[in-house]
Write a protein that binds this ligand. Structure first.
Ligand SMILES: [Zn+2]
Length: 121
């Protein structure tokens, strides 16, 4: 289901894909930053984790839309391996929290993402 992408989403996605150096975190193929996708484990509707690095992986189209989206159980197993059992449990617990972002917090988030992105330019 499509939801509107904000400037935070755009910056965050770019950061996640740059951080991965353009390499798919799952199949390890070199795809380049532009061809990777930022894949959320808990979907973007979850505001507590929408811009949480632990919740998002840089994946190629096939790994994102075929491997993970069509196999939620496999996606979960893979996330557990990536984050570790404890890390995955923490993420799951954090997903139950309700988070409302204030305008100032979003402004801060954008500034922080822009700063992180500068390291990759
Ligand atoms: Zn892949």
């Amino acid at each position: 289901m499509k939801i509107k992408l904000s400037e935070e989403d755009r910056l965050f996605s770019l950061y996640i894909r740059n951080k991965a150096n353009g390499i798919c975190e799952h199949c390890k193929k070199v795809k380049g930053v532009k061809r990777l996708q930022a894949s959320h484990y808990f979907g973007r509707r979850n505001k507590a984790l929408r811009w949480d690095e632990k919740n998002v992986s840089a994946l190629c189209f096939t790994c994102h839309m075929v491997v993970m989206t069509e196999n939620p159980h496999y996606h979960t197993k893979w996330m557990e391996k990536k984050l570790g059992k404890v890390g995955f449990r923490k993420l799951t617990l954090a997903s139950n929290k309700l988070k409302k972002w204030t305008k100032d917090e979003l402004k801060e988030l954008r500034a922080s993402l822009r700063k992180k992105l500068k390291e990759y330019n």
